[in-house]
Design a protein around this ligand. Structure first.
Ligand code: SF4
Ligand code: SF4
Length: 281
């Protein structure tokens, strides 16, 4: 079973829940933690980990051979992503818009379009010293690259029987791409008006794609009751409330795991794990 952990924005505690839950559950079973937050992967920083594999993620991009091109425009008309444009200097490609479908190459009567590959990111696999049954796989999009989906797809291909996915924040396409592979979703939010606003956005997205989800409230006690009241009204289960504590914040800021420092948090993870295992994780 795949569990995705999501949040309406960054910094709400999504990775804190993902790494602690994965580490806790790996004491009894093999767990894969997939860091699909490929623009800012940081799950592995919480572990003393050795990298065992480092692989490139590449995408195909067409290359126009201008000396062969007769400017017939067939490729421009074929590209449904508007990645090709006819200019005075010939056919121009916008690499950010290209979806690597290959249709332009197929229609070019002059064979004036070549298939080239460009590295857009890396996939790294780690083993954790203190948690031998935990494997962390991260996707890392190169700076300046805009096409995150191929990196996320590669990370998600590592899903195993028990997988926890640290999803990208927000509700955009990369998040949908990530959660559509999940059986269950945990939404991490804060008990503030901003947290409620973001939660409503994530809930709307998950309902649209028909994914069952539950809520974790982080820094509980710091804000107001808006999130809890709204979840009650909507019939959304709140499975964990993580209290706002300065000693928690200090450990997280130092890259530590809360389960290693606080028995209460370990109990919280035990309850969450029990609930999820009852549902098949
Ligand atoms: S590969 Fe597909 S998306 Fe990219 S330029 Fe060609 S037709 Fe457009
Ligand atoms: S289809 Fe080929 S020949 Fe025609 S404009 Fe495109 S690259 Fe040039």
């Amino acid at each position: 079973m795949n569990l995705a952990i999501v949040s309406g924005k960054g910094g709400t505690g999504k990775t804190t829940v993902a790494v602690n839950l994965a580490a806790y559950m790996s004491r009894e079973r093999d767990i894969r933690l997939l860091d699909a937050d490929a623009e800012e992967p940081n799950a592995v920083l919480f572990f003393q980990a050795d990298m065992s594999r480092d692989m490139a993620v590449s995408v195909m991009v067409p290359e126009i051979l201008h000396e062969k091109c007769t400017r017939c425009r067939k490729c421009v008309e074929m590209c449904e992503y508007n990645a090709l444009m006819m200019t005075r200097k010939g056919v121009l490609l916008s690499p950010d818009l290209c979806h690597s479908c290959g249709a332009c190459m197929y229609v070019c009567p002059e064979k004036a379009i070549l298939e080239k590959f460009r590295e857009t990111g890396r996939i790294r696999e780690y083993h954790c010293k203190a948690y031998p049954r935990l494997q962390v796989i991260e996707g890392d999009l190169h700076r300046g690259e805009s096409r995150v989906t191929p990196v996320i797809d590669d990370v998600l291909s590592y899903a195993g029987p028990c997988t926890i996915i640290d999803a990208p924040p927000g509700t955009s396409c990369p998040v949908v791409e990530t959660v559509k592979h999940a059986d269950r979703v945990l939404v991490v939010t804060e008990s503030t008006p901003f947290g409620l606003h973001d939660l409503k956005g994530v809930a709307a997205m998950l309902r649209l794609i028909r994914k069952p989800f539950q809520v974790v409230i982080n820094r509980h006690g710091q804000g107001d009751d808006g999130v809890e009241n709204w979840c009650k009204e909507e019939g959304i289960p709140v499975v964990l409330k993580i209290p706002f504590r300065e000693d928690y914040a200090r450990v997280i800021a130092g890259g530590g795991l809360l389960i290693e420092h606080f028995p209460r948090f370990r109990e919280d993870m035990a309850c969450l794990a029990k609930d999820l295992c009852g549902k098949g994780l």
